[in-house]
Design a protein around this ligand. Structure first.
Ligand code: BG6
Length: 464
């Protein structure tokens, strides 16, 4: 992708000894090194009193455990040589003075600061970067969760803007770095046959399901703070819907695309409690770090309206949950039936549809159509025209996103107005909502979610 800016000339990784670096970031940097794309020094910063040897071991262990494994020692050596480490308290100016000196010695003038640390530390770190005189000309990379509601997201944006203009802020939503999500965007705007039907005249409803066949995987404490609506709906799934529903951008540059996404997000009507069904899998309350009377949802289903010329009256149903029967993320755009039942047949309501499988293992695109049985009668079956894509784990989301942030390509990062507009959609129901309804692990969540759909419609259940 064409870059809009100069490349950063150093990557500073705050939280280098933490979980995110261990599980995702080192693996992504190693993959970048394998492609020959890791050309900047990587300066790890954290509170632990570690040696660089310990950090290198941790990186190797993280890649072996959570990534594809270290199979290319030359690439790992590139990463090892690029790495250095500053152990120091974020509260002490000396930590940032050492960082400033390290950057100066490396000749770096445009570092990228990756804040892989809790958001509560952002303000302190950003102010210290300014005091140390190293914020100017730099860019900053931040992770989800970007706030816990609209007010806290606005506050985080205020803190970031104290030192960085919006054009230097890269907010990671790793879904945007996924190949199938990019396929979706490409499919919509690289084909002409879709446009005439991609609107309220032909689309009956849109469903997005993100099902995971596992629970909270030891992350009970984290999950208690978020719940499904904050964890994946406000970000990954509303971003997915914005790509599905947006108008054509003027071009493939970051601002044109993000302008159109932001418009759709702003046109989404804020959710009301009746639009939201919450579920909790049985056994969640026994997880480590979970309150014995927790009401946090591990399943969320919402019915959403987009008040725009294109989509007025078309419901968008979004559903996400842990401990579902399968792991699958799927979008299904159901078309209205033909205006007349010429062959006098009983057909399912959504015989015509477009189905995008976004993962995890299979990435595909399929069209639902009716075809006639051979024989005398005008009777037929519902079939799928299946367009299989290769399974594209060619480049992981983090590898792509970190590479883009270093290169200065902002297309796949969420802009301030998008993030805040998405919070505005969910904000009214973050606290004012119905109680979570228990469901059995391995099921599609509480039956109450069916009532969100208008009569004649049902949830589509992706298969594994
Ligand atoms: C994360 C959520 O953002 O996305 C997790 O915190 C979720 O709860 C994960 O499991 C899903 O992402 P992926 O890439 O594993 O499908």
């Amino acid at each position: 992708m064409a870059t809009t800016k100069e490349s950063a000339d150093a990557l500073v990784l705050f939280g280098a000894t933490g979980d995110l670096a261990h599980k995702k970031i080192f693996d992504a940097l190693y993959d970048n090194a394998k492609r020959g794309d890791l050309n900047v020094p990587v300066i790890g910063v954290a509170g632990d009193d570690w040696t660089i040897g310990q950090l290198r071991d941790r990186a190797r262990e993280g890649i072996n455990t959570f990534g594809g494994g270290v199979h290319d020692e030359k690439a790992f050596a590139t990463l090892s040589h690029a790495l250095s480490y500053i152990g120091g308290d974020y509260r002490h100016p000396a930590t940032f003075e050492r960082l400033a000196k390290t950057l100066h010695d490396a000749g770096a003038k445009r570092p990228a600061f990756y804040l892989a640390i809790p958001p509560s530390l952002f303000e302190m770190v950003i102010e210290s970067l300014q005091t140390a005189g190293i914020a100017e000309g730099a860019r900053v990379i931040v992770e989800k969760p970007f706030g816990t509601d609209l007010a806290s997201a606005q506050e985080l944006n205020r803190v970031l803007h104290k030192a960085f203009p919006e054009s230097s802020i890269y907010r990671i939503d790793h879904y945007l770095g996924k190949e199938p999500i990019q396929n979706l965007l490409y499919f919509r705007f690289a084909n002409s046959f879709l446009e005439p039907i991609w609107n309220r005249n032909y689309v009956d409803c849109v469903q997005v399901t993100m099902a995971e066949d596992f629970g909270v995987q030891g992350r009970g404490r984290f999950y208690e703070e978020v719940g499904t609506l904050r964890d994946v709906v406000q970000n990954h799934l509303l971003q997915t819907v914005s790509l599905l529903a947006m108008e054509a951008p003027n071009g493939a540059d970051a601002e044109s695309l993000r302008d159109e996404k932001a418009k759709v997000l702003r046109a989404m009507e804020p959710l009301r409690p009746d639009d939201f069904v919450r579920g909790q899998f049985e056994g969640y309350r026994q997880e480590d770090g979970v309150a014995p009377d927790s009401d946090v949802e591990t399943f969320a289903a919402v019915g959403l309206c987009i008040d725009s010329w294109r989509w007025a009256g078309v419901p968008f149903y979004i559903r996400a949950g842990k401990n579902m029967p399968v792991s699958a993320t799927e979008v299904r755009v159901a078309l209205k039936p033909p205006p007349q039942n010429v062959f006098d047949e009983r057909m399912s309501a959504d015989a015509n549809y477009v189905r995008f499988r976004l993962g995890p293992d299979v990435v595909s695109l399929a069209f639902g159509i009716r075809v006639k049985h051979p024989g005398e009668a005008f009777a037929g079956d519902s079939e799928e025209l299946y367009v299989m894509e290769q399974t594209t784990e060619d480049m992981t989301a983090y590898e792509r996103l970190i590479g883009d942030a270093i290169a200065g390509e902002a297309l796949l990062f969420a802009r301030e107005d998008e993030v805040e507009a998405a919070w505005e959609v969910v904000d009214p129901v973050l606290r004012d909502h119905p109680a979570a309804i228990p469901y059995k692990p391995g099921t599609w969540g509480p039956a109450e979610a069916d009532a969100l759909l208008a009569e004649g419609r049902s949830w589509h259940e992706p298969t594994s």
